[in-house]
Ligand binder design. Structure first.
Ligand code: PLP
Length: 486
């Protein structure tokens, strides 16, 4: 009898343990199946319109000024440089939605929609209660978001009878994207690449050449702008500003040739809004809405691309989302620059733009996020920052690579050195959430992958990279030199 009772008791305990185990397993399985990693949109959900935030802004950007007359620029003034449709888009402050041509949507289909990804690996590594999402623009054929604007720019040029396009490129992402887009629409492309990038990142040059583009390191002796700078500074390693001057000069002296630009200008940010418009639908699929939207910042195109569609709900409905631009500490135009009229290029060929700037004469340190080495910010973003609709943080080079390596190890994607700045800013915010216990939703843009930037990672891993300190005097000296231009 006693043995029987004991046996029964044992069986009951066993049953409880087994049942408890099963229930636990069941809970694990069901919660796991709810853990969707990536959110995709079907092709028909790729946006049919770009979003023009200028139409919704209460304080519109101040007008670009003609550098000679100092009068507000009209679209026609830009026709000699850019395709006409792009000039109209640049100054359009009334049409909220601008139709994406069917030919452009067809080419978007080669890689869009891009996935929205929940960064479970990063969340776990940081032990943060925050929900971290990223929009993965690195899946484009060229490995970055830049193709989103290269395709429409080449398309409009072709449609208007242009045969040649020129441009400048820093790290090479824009040049590669334009080279490919030019090929798609049967145009010849000539690219000026910042010399330091031309030398540090030879594979991007090979990519451009694979698509048939002609690539020249800048500064070069082939233009007046290049010659002037090389005469004054024979060892100058180049900057985006100089390369822009060279490309514009070539466009102005070559028949049937237009200049194209991969960042800074308003029409570029307009094209990039496909990122945020897709992300908006994908966040809905995930059943969440971002408390913070973060992107790295060079001239503002990938930031504007992911931020503007969400910002319209802040402007129109008072949503409290924070928008954070992450710029390099060595090129801090948003956090330490001055809002004033300045040229977009070093030689002073472009219109005067009302923007946060370090001065068009600013020569940034040779940091490895080449795409972020630009002296100014686009006019839309500059106005939004002035109006307090967004914020900016600066990130030191070593912190950016540290965040990038962590991200690579836990998410399996090696980020572009530029994108590492967005990741570092995200890590900072996620750590704050860990301290406060807040379950904030963070969305950041992964603007590109770093598989062609491994030279930079090599330098970081072998301890050869340093942080660059920029003093207030350095910055003030540049601004004093350019003075008041408007
Ligand atoms: C060009 C580039 C950037 C910086 O340009 P924005 O116009 O500020 O977006 C950032 N990330 C990558 C991968 C780039 O190629």
């Amino acid at each position: 009898m006693r043995i029987d009772k004991k046996q029964k008791k044992k069986e009951i305990v066993l049953k409880i343990i087994v049942t408890f185990g099963l229930v636990k397993k069941l809970i694990q399985v069901t919660t796991m199946s709810n853990k969707t990693k990536r959110f995709f949109l079907p092709e028909e959900e790729i946006p049919h319109y770009w979003y023009n935030i200028q139409a919704d802004m209460v304080n519109k950007p101040m007008p670009p000024l003609h550098p000679g007359t100092k009068q507000p620029l009209k679209a026609e003034d830009l026709y000699p440089i850019f395709a006409q449709e792009l000039c109209k888009q640049e100054l359009n402050q009334t049409d909220k939605w601008i139709e994406i041509p069917e030919e452009v949507r067809e080419m978007y289909k080669y890689y869009r929609s891009t996935p929205l990804v929940r960064a479970y690996g990063l969340e776990e590594a940081l032990g943060t209660p925050a929900h971290i999402y990223f929009k993965n623009e690195s899946v484009s054929p060229m490995g970055s978001h830049k193709l989103n604007s290269a395709i429409p720019q080449a398309y409009y040029c072709k449609k208007e009878g242009v045969t040649n396009v020129t441009t400048e490129t820093g790290a090479g992402q824009w040049g590669a994207s334009l080279a490919y887009a030019a090929r798609l629409f049967g145009l010849e492309a000539a690219v000026y690449q910042v010399k330091i990038s031309y030398e540090q990142k030879p594979y991007r040059r090979s990519i451009m050449q694979t698509f048939g583009a002609q690539v020249t390191p800048s500064p070069s002796m082939s233009t007046r702008a290049g010659k002037d700078i090389l005469t004054a500074h024979p060892n100058y390693q180049g900057s985006l500003g100089t390369a822009i001057s060279e490309a514009i000069e070539l466009a102005q002296t070559t028949p049937n040739c237009k200049y194209t630009l991969g960042s800074v200008l308003s029409h570029v940010a307009l094209h990039q809004t496909v990122i945020g418009l897709e992300a908006e639908k994908q966040m809905e699929m995930a059943g969440e809405y971002p408390d913070m939207v973060i992107a790295c910042f060079g001239g503002g195109s990938n930031f504007g691309g992911i931020a503007f569609p969400f910002m319209r709900h802040k402007i129109l409905e008072g949503k409290q989302t924070r928008f954070i631009a992450a710029e390099p500490a060595s090129c801090p135009k948003l956090t330490r620059g001055k809002f004033q009229y300045d040229f977009g290029d070093e030689a002073g060929y472009t219109p005067l733009l009302p923007m946060y700037t370090l001065g068009h004469n600013f020569a940034p340190a040779n940091i490895h996020a080449g795409g972020l080495r630009y002296h100014g910010a686009g006019v839309i973003v500059s106005q939004l920052l002035k109006d307090g609709l967004m914020e900016a943080v600066d990130i030191k080079q070593l912190e950016s690579f540290e965040a990038g390596c962590l991200f690579a190890q836990v998410e399996g994607i090696i980020p572009a050195p530029e994108s590492c700045h967005a990741i570092a800013a995200t890590v900072r915010e996620a750590k704050k959430c860990k301290e406060t216990g807040e379950e904030k939703v963070i969305l950041f843009n992964l603007s590109g992958h770093g598989l062609i930037d491994m030279t930079s990672y090599d330098k970081y891993l072998s301890g050869d990279l340093v942080n660059y300190e920029l003093t207030d005097q350095d910055i003030q000296k540049n601004l004093d030199e350019i003075g008041n231009l408007a």
